[in-house]
Design a protein around this ligand. Structure first.
Ligand code: S3P
Length: 173
């Protein structure tokens, strides 16, 4: 299928990098959160408020089961790889790359955007956000690390990350 899935914690830059990588490789780009928002005609925040997280996880899984993408770069919501056996499914549909970034850098990037992320909108300070991210990492890294490749993106410019991803993808194919 030749798809490339980008997974990792929220705030790591999956969507920005994914879009840049797709443009660079001449592939299509898809963002799972944006697709689910479009299909449900509401924001992720509203989906969480109205239906709760577990229904959102089902929506993510259903989305993946129905996915017909080919030759696409697909940026996934931060939790997608960690629920409903989604990671093996993604690996069947393409190559999966885990974009990894340290908690402190992530927290700084996410602080101003926290209100639109239901799982961190309650954080009281950057320190509190670091703690929440550390807890999430603890639960999720076991899944992320099952990806086909891990790329440390801390302190790297997006053009550098895209170049490294291109090299990785060459090796994976
Ligand atoms: C989530 C991450 C979000 C979005 C939702 C849940 C998570 O996506 O899917 O708020 O569980 O980590 P981003 O990783 O694009 O922020």
């Amino acid at each position: 299928m030749n798809n490339i899935f980008l997974v990792g914690l929220m705030g790591v830059g999956k969507s920005t990098i994914g879009e840049e990588l797709a443009a660079n490789l001449g592939l299509k780009f898809m963002d799972t959160d944006a697709e689910i928002e479009r299909m449900q005609k509401m924001s992720i925040q509203e989906i969480f408020q109205l239906y709760g997280e577990s229904r959102f996880r089902e929506m993510e899984h259903e989305f993946l089961l129905k996915l017909e993408a080919e030759n696409s770069v697909i940026s996934t919501g931060g939790g997608m790889a960690c629920f409903h056996n989604n990671l093996p499914l993604m690996k069947e549909l393409g190559s999966v790359v885990y974009l990894m970034m340290d908690n402190e850098t992530l927290a700084k990037r996410l602080w101003v955007k926290r209100k639109s992320r239901p799982l961190i909108s309650h954080s009281k300070s950057i320190e509190d956000l670091v703690r929440i991210l550390a807890e999430q990492r603890e639960k999720r890294e076991v899944y992320y690390l099952g990806s086909d490749h891990v790329l440390d993106v801390s302190n790297k410019a997006s053009c550098e990350i895209v170049s490294e991803l291109k090299l990785l993808i060459k090796k994976l194919n």
